[in-house]
Ligand binder design. Structure first.
Ligand code: B12
Length: 211
């Protein structure tokens, strides 16, 4: 019988096939779904987050680990009542209008999800109107915006202004990130937070919801 530790190690190694097989065996043997998530999949992803932060793992490996984790979660999730999932909060995340970069944004989404948040990833090229619509639809605690181009950064300001005009700004915390973005820029445009990478983003989200 595979152990939860083997699943965690499979995630760390980014071995999607192994994770899929072992998770399925544990499900068939009646292991608690939340145990598989918390002590197997997320335990592995936490190690990945630490190693990435310390520069001991790099983007392609992290993406593979995140994919392995997502596949595992996908198998286990249907077995869980929504009320059992200890969601820390909800995050809507997207890349701003005119910008098609999504690798970093997806990495942030995965890390934030593995920190226990429910994440609604609205994709790329998202206009301020679409962000506003997503907030109305999903009522998140946090809105995350990503921009990778100096030319699209200003879309973040525009979105914040749009949220104000729609009366939505006070309903969410806004965090931003992406290569050209800085803490100073975040302060200038009135965002609630900025983080340099995906593990810091997960910490920031936890901080903002008081988790
Ligand atoms: C991959 C890539 C592409 C791919 C994107 C594929 C994809 N699916 O994402 C493709 C080939 C499509 C592409 C296209 C273009 N690209 Co490009 N691209 C890159 C490249 C090489 C890597 C980006 C990346 O994925 N990095 C890895 C991830 C993990 O890092 P990251 O994105 O920074 O994300 C981390 C943090 O920023 C943070 N973060 C990110 N988002 C968020 C959000 C929140 C809320 C938080 C808290 C944190 C956070 O956490 C992430 C994870 O740790 C960069 C170079 C670079 N050094 O960044 C150029 C780069 C961003 N591209 C650039 C350019 C110019 C373009 C094009 C205009 C090229 C062209 N002439 O067509 C087009 C624009 C297309 C468009 N409209 O968006 C320039 C931007 C220059 C500038 N200052 O504006 C760069 C910097 C390259 C360069 N040096 O010239 N690109």
């Amino acid at each position: 019988m595979p152990s939860l530790k083997e699943i965690a190690e499979g995630v760390i190694k980014g071995n999607e096939k192994l994770v899929k097989e072992k998770v399925q065996v544990l499900i068939d043997e009646g292991t608690e779904p939340l145990e598989i998530i918390n002590q197997g999949l997320m335990a592995g992803m936490n190690v990945v987050g630490e190693r990435f932060k310390n520069g001991d793992m790099f983007v392609p490996e992290v993406m593979m680990a995140a994919r392995a984790m997502s596949t595992g979660i996908g198998l286990v999730k249907p077995l869980i009542n929504d009320s059992d999932m200890l969601s820390v909060g909800k995050v809507v995340i997207g890349t701003v209008k005119g910008d098609l970069h999504d690798i970093g944004k997806n990495l942030v989404a995965m890390m934030v999800e593995s920190a226990g948040f429910e994440v609604v990833n609205v994709g790329i090229d998202i206009s301020s109107e679409k962000f506003a619509q997503a907030i109305r639809e999903h009522s998140p605690d946090i809105l995350g915006m990503s921009a990778m181009l100096t030319t699209t950064m200003m879309q973040m300001k525009e979105t914040i202004e749009h949220l104000k005009s729609e009366g939505l700004r006070d309903k969410v915390k806004v965090i931003i990130g992406g290569a050209p973005v800085t803490k100073q820029f975040a302060e200038e445009i009135g965002a609630d937070g900025y983080s340099v990478d995906a593990s810091a983003a997960a910490e920031l989200c936890k901080y903002l919801v008081g988790a």
